[in-house]
Design a protein around this ligand. Structure first.
Ligand SMILES: [Fe+2]
Length: 505
């Protein structure tokens, strides 16, 4: 049972946290589960947040000391390290432990203890040594989990997958309610304050299937817009046009994000800034460049003339070379990383569909303002850097569009026969509702470099890399409207090493 407090006579307003009752940890203090993330060859980050079961929306009191232990076996008999961490009220009693000195490429198990109560045991895994000649790497990637629109059955299945890591591409929470035929409801309305974002994370993370996926695998995370506000760009939100007010909201949202993710202390936000983009290497086989395309991007092109607030028609600003998607520093960092790439596969983990997608009719192109199509020049620079990379095996991983896509990425999408320089896969959504299936089929017919699209199904993507090929399965649950549902491969693709482009497998 969720519990909340109302002020009588004020239309059901939430009480501010300062006057909420302080609660004890007599019940299960680990009601939000445990998680791990940011795997390197010798370290992982362990995470939990103290939150008593059934006390949603309440606040704990002073800082508390939490014990942690990490072991080489599931029964926690061969413990290799222990320590203590502080759960501070200023950081929502979250715990972020960076454990170093671990062995590469092997599983570990961990748990926390506070006031004599032990957490569930989580499993994690370090990355292989960066020089290891790795013969195989399996991972899943996922995005977009609107809580009200379905059950997280896909995460239950993801927990059982044989994978080294989960990559989450954003929309972990939704700050607002939307969609048809809602099955569950958010507590509270649109989140804009620190307490409201914290409560939203607490509600999402109380889901047992999501907890299972966190407890089974380390996660690498980045965000999209709904962790803060729909379609925000840098310091502007369509919902809050006042820059200063929006930056205060962004600071609250970024703080709550850090508090609820397995991120290290070095990524703790400072005001409205959080340095999230990073690289992760898995032996000589794969390197992930994990991007943040929200925090630093230029504002939407031709904002005054957007159709339905989202669609661009004739707009010179769309191709303005001074516009940026990643910000100058991140763009230079990515180009430098691509130029010195040395693993067999390069993975660009980012938020949305990168391939050009003309949504108009024959003579009048129409583009989505918020995606890469609204940032044509920065996309061109990125794909030029990919084409110049010494590694010819770049896979772009995306989310955001609530449907499954496979595409050939080209430096010139409008030239028939232009060479493919990278291969893109968009891994559906966990629950968030997408466009009509007939709509995406029509877009595939109109955009020949788009090789596949499917909507109306939910799940994630599973990637298996080896030195010769990449195999991508689109894993789709039967339904998100039941807490029990099967899962199947809805589509399977391959990419051959050295030959960018989607191959049906
Ligand atoms: Fe989304």
């Amino acid at each position: 049972m969720l519990r909340r407090s109302f002020v009588a006579g004020l239309g059901g307003l939430w009480l501010p946290s300062a006057v909420r009752a302080e609660v004890s940890l007599a019940a299960d203090p680990f009601a939000l589960g445990v998680a791990s993330g940011r795997p390197t060859p010798d370290s992982v980050v362990l995470w939990t947040r103290l939150m008593p079961a059934g006390q949603f929306g309440e606040r704990l009191g002073p800082a508390m000391t939490v014990d942690w232990a990490i072991a080489e076996d599931e029964a926690m008999r061969r413990i290799v390290q222990t320590g203590q961490a502080m759960a501070e009220p200023d950081w929502a009693h979250s715990v972020h432990v960076e454990v170093g000195g671990l062995k590469p490429g092997r599983p570990y198990w961990y748990r926390f203890t506070v006031v004599g109560k032990a957490s569930p045991v989580g499993r994690t895994r370090t990355a292989p040594a960066s020089t290891e000649r790795l013969q195989a790497l399996r991972f899943a990637f996922a995005s977009c989990q609107q809580y009200e629109q379905g059950y997280y059955t896909a995460f239950r299945h993801m927990a059982a997958e044989d994978i080294a890591v989960v990559v989450h591409l954003g929309d972990y929470i939704y700050e607002m309610s939307w969609g048809r035929d809602l099955l569950r409801r958010h507590e509270g309305g649109r989140a804009t304050t620190l307490d409201e974002y914290r409560d939203r994370y607490a509600q999402y993370k109380s889901d047992r299937d999501l907890q299972a996926a966190h407890a089974a695998h380390p996660w690498i995370v980045t965000w999209d817009d709904h962790e803060v506000s729909d379609d925000y760009t840098d310091d502007i939100s369509p919902q809050e046009p006042d820059h200063a007010r929006f930056l205060a909201q962004r600071a609250a949202a970024y703080q709550a994000y850090w508090e609820h993710m397995p991120l290290p202390l070095s990524m703790q936000p400072r005001g409205p800034s959080l340095h999230l983009y990073d690289r992760y290497r898995f032996g000589d086989l794969a390197e992930f460049h994990v991007l943040d395309d929200r925090q630093y991007r230029s504002h939407h092109a031709c904002r005054a003339t957007l159709q339905r607030g989202k669609l661009l028609t004739d707009c010179a600003e769309r191709v303005d070379p001074t516009r940026s998607m990643l910000g100058a520093a991140q763009e230079a960092w990515l180009a430098e990383g691509l130029a010195r790439a040395s693993t067999r596969w390069t993975l660009i983990a980012q938020q949305t569909l990168m391939a050009q997608l003309d949504r108009g009719d024959a003579n009048k192109p129409v583009f989505w303002a918020d995606g890469w199509d609204g940032y044509a020049a920065p996309r061109q620079r990125l794909l030029d850097a990919v084409a110049a990379s010494p590694v010819r095996n770049t896979l772009v991983l995306g989310g955001d569009v609530h449907s499954f896509w496979a595409a050939d990425l080209k430096r010139d999408f409008d030239a028939p026969g232009a060479p493919t320089v990278a291969t893109e896969f968009v891994g559906g959504s966990i629950t968030s509702q997408g466009p009509a299936e007939s709509r995406v089929k029509a877009l595939v017919a109109k955009n020949p470099h788009i090789r596949y699209a499917r909507s109306g199904h939910f799940g994630y993507a599973l990637v298996a890399l080896d030195p010769k090929a990449a195999h991508v399965d689109f894993r789709m649950v039967d339904t998100v409207r039941s807490e029990q549902s099967g899962i199947a491969n809805g589509a399977r693709f391959a990419v051959e090493a050295g030959r960018p482009g989607v191959v049906a497998a």
